[in-house]
Ligand binder design. Sequence first.
Ligand SMILES: C[S@@+](CC[C@H](N)C(=O)[O-])C[C@H]1O[C@@H](n2cnc3c(N)ncnc32)[C@H](O)[C@@H]1O
Length: 824
Amino acid sequence: MAAVRRRKSPKTDAVEHAAKALDKTAELEVKYINSFKGRGVFAKAHFHKGDFVVEYRGELINSEESQRRRRTYHVKCTVFMFDFHWQERTWCIDAAREDGSLGRLVNDDNNHPNCKMKKVISEGKPHLCLFALRDINVGEEITYDYGGTDWPWRKKVGGPLTVTGSSDADISSTKDQDPDRSSCSQKQVGGPSTVTRSKISRTKDQDPDRSSCSQKQGSDELGLHLPKKNVGMNQSVVNYMDSDESQCSSTCPANFDKTSETELSLSEQDQECVPLLRRTKSIQVNNQIHSDSDELVDPSSADSGEEYIPKTSEDYSDGTDTSEVLEPVDQRESMLRSLNCVSLAELNNGSSMNVVDRGRSPSRKGSKSGMAHKRPYLSSVPCPKTQTTSGQSPEQSGRGDTGTPLENSTLDLEKNLLDSNSHPLDSVAGGSLSIPAVSKKENGSRIYNKKQYCLYCKLGVVKMARHLERAHQNKPEVAQAVSFPKGSKERRMHLEHLRNRGNFAHNIDVLNSGVGNLVPRKQPKQDCQAKNFLHCIYCHGFFTKKVLWRHMTICKFKPGVSQKPGKTRVQALCAFAAPPPPGVKVEFWKLLSNMIQDEVYSAVKSDVCIMEFGEHLYNRLGHDVGKHEYILQKLRELGRLLVCSRKTTPLKTIQDHVRPVNFMHVVEAVKRVAGYDSETNAYKRPSLALKIGHSLTKISMLVESRANVQTDYSAAKDARTFRRVYETRWNELISAASLRTLQESKWNAPLLLPFTKDVQTLHSYLDMQQRHSYSKLSTETSPPGMDTAGKGYFDRSHLVQPTASRRGVKNAPLCIFVSKSNRP
Ligand SMILES: C[S@@+](CC[C@H](N)C(=O)[O-])C[C@H]1O[C@@H](n2cnc3c(N)ncnc32)[C@H](O)[C@@H]1O
């Protein structure tokens, strides 16, 4: 009989990774999303539902220390502190230090998370680990619900979605489908300020298990302190906490640091994986993660873990995990309800046609409870293939429960859902920007369901002209538009402009928030990335860069300018048409738009430190237009480094480059970008290596000063240490060879001698020029280079060698080498 290799259970996997402080770097990657959201973690490989994904690694501290740090930390830092309960005490994983681990970079998604945090005990120490709530496809962002309600970014992207958009009935029906998830949605909406009592009590009534949590909400919202009765529930299911209860007695140390080595018996390795505290975060969040919220780790997981970890026995033959398979149906339902879309029943009917069965396990396919074992399209598309109807942000959808246009579009959406393999909120929940492709029916014909966004009420509607006429006739611009006869060109133009402006406003919101679907002027055949699109400055339409060029020449809204802008200029102009991201000066943003729009430009724009450095240079030198080119050059040098580092090293941001721990990676990247040849020990671009080094030290100073302002002294120390390492090693590793290459290139440069005749011509020309200019001046004082008689002679020090000045050497005298034989 062939031996069947048993797959590791998710728990074992988590414990092993936690013990070694290892991330699944082969399956996960960090990507910069945008300046609002920062970085995120993305799947490089497929994760099955229930799989261990990543550990939220950091320093384990007790609540006293956590409180102390909260008081001393900059507010932006506290978002990295996750409190949780363990052995009847509150603990905290402080991941404020940028230590290269992935878990700390996983972003929040309270609507559609694909992971759930759980406690796992390894070597007597709790670890916070993320497990897949559903199958996660390659390219999807890893997310989980941070809990709480008032995270600032949620407000921006429609945080109150589940609250305002759902009714009691919604919750109850959701609950009916899946009690576990209903408790989850309850958590999502669970802020006392936003959830009505009736919602809570209703859910509570219907689910006795959860009711115990709800009762505790006053003090610890959905019970981080798990009632004892839940401890041990389904212990054999996903008993992630089975080993720890006895190890740390009820007299847990008041000072964890002191006792951690003894009572928790941390191995050396464990201690290594608990990094020291450093660093601040750049986006402001409130320090909302407290023990009184339901965040992150459900206490019931302390012993059972059954709540969020789906049934894994089928998949892993582990024999221990027998929890319920959790399907995201209820999430989908609640989302769609809040979108005022199709009902669950309708979806179910529809989805039966659209289930993508990936046939992971035969037992799954044939297993009972149909719906539960069919994967709805929600989680089945690797890269969410969004449809036009999905272009609705949750915020907008919250408002979308009234008004005819949306009702019309709802029908379209319903059709669309039934006909497609995607979910309208996939891209929104996934936290990525996308340009949805044209939707097609099964027979290949097009579905006209593209949503436009109203300039006034922000609603997404399919028939914008009708919407404007019906809902906003009182607006002067609409009134003017409809004053033209129906079918007339003027009327069409006016309405089109209003429609474009509405979409433009929507796109800007989406671009700033980093989440949602962008509305292009012309829908692409396939889903596209936002970076390939730009707004037209005339009509505000959103076009691919390629098409934009052509469009600009014929744009109806272009004022009668005869000049036809060049391709790069068009792109630059249009890139600038969008307002600068928050915190970036308009003037500096304008300057950036002069850069060639290529990969390096994208890297520059996307990196916080480069932008900060650019602003710093701009503040110092920007008043002098002559220095603008220099500023752009400096930024491009760093951009080139970043592009190279991202391809060849683990460094993803310039801030990573000024960490002492990454010094050797920086050296490697700089060598590569400057074209270092190890055989000849020479560089193709030696000055680039030197300049980059110089800029990096400057950036480390900026980082240090920012850290000092934010009272993040450890980050400041990091930056200082980087400079010390730089001072000690840079010359040996980079500068020496660069300087030698430069020197050698000078030796080998051919000495070009001008003809004597040319020199004479030049001299007489300059003489003439000087005489001419000085003759205009009073002859009372003899100008330099002239004798008192005014005959004049030529003083070479007045000549400026253009190439020298281009290299930053001001007023370098013109050096003309004249061979002996050629001398006059
Ligand atoms: C634990 S960090 C996550 C990693 C972070 N994106 C970064 O680049 O360092 C939490 C921070 O990420 C950002 N963030 C997390 N989830 C977000 C979301 N859904 N939308 C926007 N920003 C988010 C917030 O700025 C928050 O302060």
